[in-house]
Design a protein around this ligand. Structure first.
Ligand SMILES: Nc1ncnc2c1ncn2[C@@H]1O[C@H](COP(=O)(O)OP(=O)(O)O)[C@@H](O)[C@H]1O
Ligand SMILES: [Mg+2]
Length: 474
């Protein structure tokens, strides 16, 4: 018996002997657990160390156990410490003989930590359950082998099933070609306990596919049951498709607009060319013919009717001026030199022609411009021509600078004047020149920006993709 007490003194578990209502022995662990000293405990009734609610029960059971009544050996009780704290303990008791009289040997282990963990677990399980049952989200508990153990109603109705259809398997609800995705998620689950949310599809009972986003977590690390949260993406996918369709439509009409603009430009260009040829080859020739006729009439008059002869000379000079003027016009209408000289040199020549004693027009082409498509070269030339004409006609500037640069796959033209400027927001509706520039930009997939402030000059900036380039002579 002495050995027993020596052992009990060392134990972490509370050990005590109760006889009648009194403690006969308590070990140090019992004093630590209850907060009472050994002397205090030896003067107390044994039921006084348990929670007031349980005192009557413990008192009754204690006496019954000493009297030899059969009783479960292990029971949980709430201890009530000297400081007034409640402590869950696992109690074990057995009837013994103490100094020739019946008594009870008891032990108690503190299980409060376990109780707390259990309680926390119960609370979080409760929260999870409420989330599952609320059916806000489709949730299912399943195993990794394909069995669905517990789907919620939201999950079932998302796929057109009812509880009568249970049991179901998630692998059977997954399109065959998506099973490898599920395998990847399972591998991830086994290693980390959670699968990164991913998109997949389920098969609806009626055969159509339901696009979803799912997140999965193992319920227990190393186990094979998991909880899966499912978000139905049907509406989002539908919206995405509608958006794509209208974007495609938009692109198509943009493309159509582009083609219209290009055709418009081509038609106008052909018209100008025809006009240019007509002017040059027919009108000018005929006028030159008229001029020759005039000269011959004057010649035939000889020394007679000198006043008439003078008028004839004047008419001839006037005619020659008109012809010259028309020739210039014809040349601009069909800028043949563009083909031979290329854009850079053609613009330089244009600038020189436009220059006058009152307005200096300078072209800056810092680096050679590669040969571009006919349509690009002609359009850019036309934009420069129009911008220059506008500057001269409306702005009356002292200087105009034309800059042409090709870099980063784009062609940039800038025509800057220091003339009177204007408010681009107030430009007239029938401003055909500016509209024409915009149309050309549209046809080439480029853009034109006109910046101007009354009194502070005007800058026309045009740019477009270089498009096809070639070094081949034309
Ligand atoms: N460089 C410029 N300086 C001053 N005003 C300009 C300039 N370019 C355009 N404008 C103004 O914008 C208007 C529209 O130009 P445009 O479309 O070429 O038509 P138009 O030259 O036939 O008048 C012009 O009438 C003029 O008032
Ligand atoms: Mg104009």
């Amino acid at each position: 018996m002495a050995d027993f007490y020596a052992l009990a003194e060392l134990m972490e578990v509370a050990v005590f002997v109760v006889q009648g209502a009194e403690f006969r022995y308590v070990n140090p662990a019992a004093t630590r657990m209850t907060g009472y000293t050994r002397d205090e405990l030896l003067r107390m009734k044994f039921w006084e160390v348990v929670h007031p609610d349980e005192r009557a029960l413990v008192r009754e059971r204690g006496f019954a156990r000493q009297a030899g009544v059969d009783m479960p050996q292990h029971l949980p009780y709430r201890l009530y410490t000297k400081a007034g704290e409640t402590l869950w303990v696992a109690f074990s008791g057995t009837r013994i003989d103490h100094e020739g009289e019946p008594a009870m040997l008891g032990t108690a282990i503190d299980i409060s930590r376990h109780k707390q963990v259990e309680e926390a677990l119960r609370r979080s399980e409760g929260r999870l359950r409420r989330l599952v049952d609320s059916n806000v989200l489709a949730v299912l508990i399943s195993d990794l082998n394909g069995r669905i153990l517990e789907p919620n109603d939201a999950f079932l109705s998302m796929l057109g099933y009812t509880r009568a259809d249970l049991p179901l398997r998630w692998d059977a609800l997954t399109p065959r070609e998506l099973l490898p995705t599920a395998d990847r998620a399972i591998t991830e689950l086994r290693t980390t306990g959670v699968a990164t949310p991913f998109e997949k599809e389920y098969l609806h009972r009626d055969g159509h596919r339901v696009p979803v986003l799912i997140g999965i977590a193992l319920l227990e690390h190393g186990g094979d049951e998991c909880i899966t949260f499912v978000i139905d993406l049907t509406k989002r996918k539908r919206a995405e498709r509608a958006l794509e369709a209208s974007l495609a439509e938009l692109r198509a009409s943009e493309e159509k607009l582009h083609r219209f603009a290009a055709r418009e430009v081509a038609v106008r260009e052909a018209e100008r060319k025809r006009l240019g040829f007509d002017l040059h080859d027919n009108v000018c020739q005929e006028l030159t013919g008229v001029g020759m006729l005039l000269a011959s009439v004057r010649h035939r008059l000889g020394a007679r009717q000198t006043s008439l002869a003078t008028d004839l000379v004047r008419a001839g000079d006037f005619l020659a001026e008109i012809v010259e003027h028309l020739r210039v016009m014809a040349r601009e209408l069909r800028p043949l030199q563009l083909r031979d000289l290329g854009l850079g040199e053609s613009l330089t020549a244009l600038a020189t022609r436009m220059s006058s004693p009152t307005t200096s027009v300078v072209a800056r082409v810092p680096a050679p411009i590669p040969r571009l498509g006919d349509d690009v070269e002609l359009s850019v030339y036309r934009v420069a021509q129009e911008a220059l004409a506008n500057a001269l006609r409306h702005g009356h500037p002292r200087s105009i600078v034309v800059t042409l640069v090709a870099d980063d796959g784009r062609l940039r033209l800038e025509v800057r004047d220091d003339g009177c400027g204007f408010d681009p927001a107030l430009r007239p509706r029938d401003a055909l020149g500016l509209t024409g520039m915009e149309e050309r930009a549209l046809a080439l997939g480029g853009r034109v920006v006109v910046k101007s402030t009354p009194g502070a000059g005007t800058t026309v900036a045009f740019d477009c993709p270089l498009g096809r380039t070639s070094d081949a002579p034309r």
